[in-house]
Write a protein of this length. Structure first.
Lengths: 633, 189
């Protein structure tokens, strides 16, 4: 009917947005570009008003859990009159902000998922990540967001669906009067089923053989076998499968199969008797859960209304996060938890383990790790791995066992295995911790187990700095560069405010992000820092990715070509051949960009403590970032 | 072909600096069901199932899968074909707004969009050419995705006399398709 569009030309339009088409000029500063925070040009009042609302729409997505501005819901005329600060505060006061917290929590720990919410309600997908719910709820009660790291936390559930009387037919019981309320029918169902299994405990062997086919058929229905077509019993009972039925079944019933069409041997009867007996606590739990989490009793309007399932029923399932770590980060008998350690360093310390051979081998690792090139990572990796030393296959705790079994099904003596993390010549002192330096022990944080790791993650300033960096990336893009001085400033404010109010500290961080130049800018250049540390002037300043690091660690000595090494790390100039570089003179002659960078890299990475720069110790992540920048430029 | 010229001329100068990833299938679906259609109950097979199963849509148009990076969200020839089929189908459906008795399998339109599109039912009568109609349609469909300059260029194109010879169905189709396929609509901000 209509003229067809030539899609190939449309592809050109969209494909032209690929990174290859973006011109990345090196060493730009914000003053090289327009300071205008909208696309370009000078805007007339109507355009300014529109761009104000455009920012409000973008901030709504960030601060109201991906909720769009809507002409049906939001008062645009009111928004036009409000300042950006007022709009930000309004968004932060709303309940949907905790959707942002949950979504960011998952981004932070590296397990981002689609469809966490449907409208404003949590979905079953979100319930698979209870740590995200815990952190959001904790923050809503003005407690620490960093409960996110606590590996022991509860499970949550949505309200149960209504009971369906077809459940009686499914397990071959006579249904009660249909005129009874569904909740009464549901209780009758559980009472009758419970009675059957409770009676089975008292039966003689002969009586049990007679009852066996019926009990077997019912138990298989509860296990999910022999159900009538596509309808499973758990649906008829109205119980959420993933978060409630399945874990309770796994915890209470185990994995036993019985065949109602065959008569069991007398010798097998004790085995089946125990199996039927296990249905009593299972059904008792289902009955109480079905009452407590029925739609009548348990109504949720938002994320913060979600309630935990009772710990006494789901005790062995409490460390649900172990499932995530166990399935995505398995531990073999030879891996010694290093994969888990790398995950912790990467996600919570923003340390991607870029190898720089600055640390001299010492007692922090094994023979492989003692090789200088391997030691560059292992001095941090291995002590961090020690926090997981008691955990074997599927993240199970073997601390009370003589042996430990791994995900490759190998079993070894536990004490022998754990000797790996003992300090040299010690029988009880562990070399486990977050290691920043092998020479400056006071920079390191030591511990023994996951609880200690949780405490380190909750309190370490390095973790807070990484958290702020991740929040900035979450709001903008992972490829966006930020001035480390700007991150330090936000981190300092966050840590100070967190002492009095964790919730306000978190909100204030997101407030500052929403009002930052980086967030406000449309069509951002990922290589450009739009926000600098307070007081910084970009003109003549070294590139923003490293300027603050240089100012903290280097500029005190290297601030003048007439001074130490003829190197001035406080300025960034155009060299004779047109490239950019530091003022760096040798015999009164400016060194080329390449030679200057080579000499700086050499001093940054040498293992010779007398030559290594800076002489005072430097956070390994800052050193790695400076090293990577020198390599890339 | 005028719509192609519009899309190319509008997008290249500004979109070149946009982050190059699409917003991902879940976010796109959310946009469609918050701006275009009332969300139907149950599966959305009716809308997508005619090309490939919905799961494949999400896999090719950007998704998070237990990682913090959006996968498969870079525009490429394959996902652009999928998108163009989907958006073409939606735009065709929107073009029938002025013929409400035509049978279709689509969910009901959002009332705000329905009202915005209905303003063009007497195209090209002067009443349909009023500025507020274009503003209203832009607002309902794009909710501030576009820059102010992109909006202006879009309006100038559809308000030009060369458009007045088109039928109401064709103009609504072209306006809808050019909004749905616009990089400002599809790409991350």
């Amino acid at each position: 009917m209509f003229q067809k569009i030539g899609f190939s030309l449309l592809f050109i339009s969209l494909l032209s947005c690929s990174p290859n088409h973006i011109s990345h000029e090196p060493h730009k500063t914000i003053e090289d570009k327009t300071d205008d925070l909208v696309d370009e040009g000078i805007l007339d009042p109507a355009e300014k008003e529109y761009e104000h609302l455009r920012w409000a729409a973008k901030a709504s997505l960030l601060l109201r859990g991906q909720t769009e501005l809507s002409p049906d819901v939001d008062d645009f005329e009111q928004l036009k009159k409000m300042s950006k600060e007022e709009i930000t505060n309004m968004y932060l006061q709303g309940e949907p902000f905790y959707k942002t917290v949950a979504d960011f929590s998952l981004y932070y720990i590296g397990f981002r998922q689609d469809n966490l919410f449907a409208e404003d309600m949590p979905t079953e997908t979100l319930l698979e990540f209870p740590q995200a719910i815990t952190s959001a709820q904790s923050l809503s009660q003005d407690r620490s967001f960093f409960e996110l790291f606590n590996l022991r936390h509860g499970l949550y559930t949505l309200p149960f669906d209504d009971f369906s009387p077809e459940a009686f037919t499914e397990i071959q019981l006579p249904p009660p009067s249909a005129t009874l309320p569904l909740s009464t029918q549901r209780d009758i169902f559980y009472d009758q089923t419970l009675l059957l299994f409770e009676k089975s405990i008292q039966l003689s062997d002969e009586e049990l053989l007679i009852e066996y086919p019926r009990l077997c058929a019912i138990s298989m229905s509860f296990q999910g076998f022999f159900t009538s077509g596509p309808i499973s019993l758990f649906r008829l009972l109205g119980i959420p499968y993933l978060n409630v039925y399945s874990p309770l079944k796994d915890q209470t019933l185990g994995f036993i199969y019985c065949d109602q069409s065959t008569t069991p041997q007398l010798a097998d009867l004790p085995f089946y008797r125990d199996f039927f007996k296990s249905f009593v606590p299972f059904l008792q739990s289902l009955k109480s859960l079905s009452r407590d989490f029925s739609k009548e009793k348990y109504q949720i309007d938002s994320l913060t209304d979600l309630q935990r399932l009772p710990e006494e029923i789901f005790e062995s399932q409490l460390t649900y996060q172990k499932f995530l770590i166990a399935t995505t980060l398995p531990n073999s008998s030879t891996n010694r938890n290093r994969r888990r350690s790398a995950y912790i360093l990467k996600h919570f310390f923003c340390d991607d383990l870029t190898p720089i051979n600055v640390e001299a081998p010492s007692g922090h690792t094994d023979v492989h790790g003692q090789n200088p090139s391997c030691y560059a990572c292992h001095y941090k990796l291995d002590p961090m791995a020690g926090f997981f030393k008691d955990l074997g296959t599927f993240f199970n705790d073997f601390s009370e066992s003589d042996t430990i079994t791994f995900d490759d099904n190998k079993t070894v003596d536990r004490k022998d295995y754990q000797k790996y993390w003992l300090k040299p010549n010690s029988n009880d002192e562990w070399n486990i911790g977050y290691i920043q330096s092998t020479q400056f022990n006071d920079l390191n944080l030591y511990g023994e187990n996951l609880e200690d790791l949780h405490q380190i993650l909750k309190t370490s300033p390095e973790v807070k700095k990484c958290f702020v960096k991740k929040a900035l990336e979450y709001a903008t893009d992972t490829s966006q560069v930020f001035d480390p001085g700007f991150i330090d400033d936000l981190t300092k404010k966050f840590i100070e405010q967190e002492q009095t109010s964790p919730r306000e500290a978190f909100k204030n961080l997101f407030r500052q992000i929403a009002l930052s130049k980086t967030f406000q800018k449309n069509n951002r250049d990922p290589d450009l820092c739009y926000d600098l540390k307070p007081g910084a002037v970009s003109k003549g300043r070294p590139p923003c990715e490293v300027a603050s690091v240089l100012e903290v660690h280097c500029v005190k000595c290297h601030n003048n070509v007439a001074g130490v090494s003829g190197l001035d790390l406080s300025r960034w100039i155009t060299l004779n051949n047109g490239t950019m570089g530091f003022p760096h003179k040798h015999n009164h002659k400016q060194l080329s960009h390449e030679e200057s960078f080579r000499l700086i890299t050499e001093r940054l990475t040498t293992t010779d403590a007398k030559k290594r720069m800076p002489p005072a110790d430097m956070n390994p992540v800052a050193r790695q970032n400076l090293y990577k920048w020198l390599q890339q430029n | 072909m005028s719509i192609i010229a519009l899309l190319i001329s509008l997008n290249l100068p500004w979109a070149a600096a946009e982050p190059s990833k699409m917003i991902g299938f879940a976010a796109l679906e959310q946009k469609i069901f918050s701006r275009v259609y009332e969300k139907p109950q149950g599966e959305l097979l009716e809308l997508y199932g005619f090309i490939v199963p919905p799961q494949s849509f999400s896999q090719h148009l950007g998704f998070y899968d237990n990682g913090s990076t959006l996968k498969n969200a870079e525009p490429n020839s394959f996902n652009m074909v999928l998108l163009s089929f989907l958006m073409d189908r939606i735009a065709h459906n929107l073009a029938q707004t002025c013929n409400p008795n035509d049978p279709n399998n689509f969910p009901p339109l959002k009332s705000t969009l329905q009202k915005s599109l209905s303003a063009f039912c007497d195209w090209p009568a002067p009443s349909s050419l009023e500025q507020k109609n274009f503003d209203q349609l832009l607002l309902s469909m794009t909710v501030f995705d576009f820059s102010s300059k992109e909006q202006l260029a879009w309006k100038q194109h559809f308000q030009s006399p060369s458009q007045f010879t088109k039928s109401r169905e064709q103009i609504i189709y072209e306006m809808s398709y050019s909004l749905l396929m616009n990089p400002y609509f599809l790409l991350k901000k």
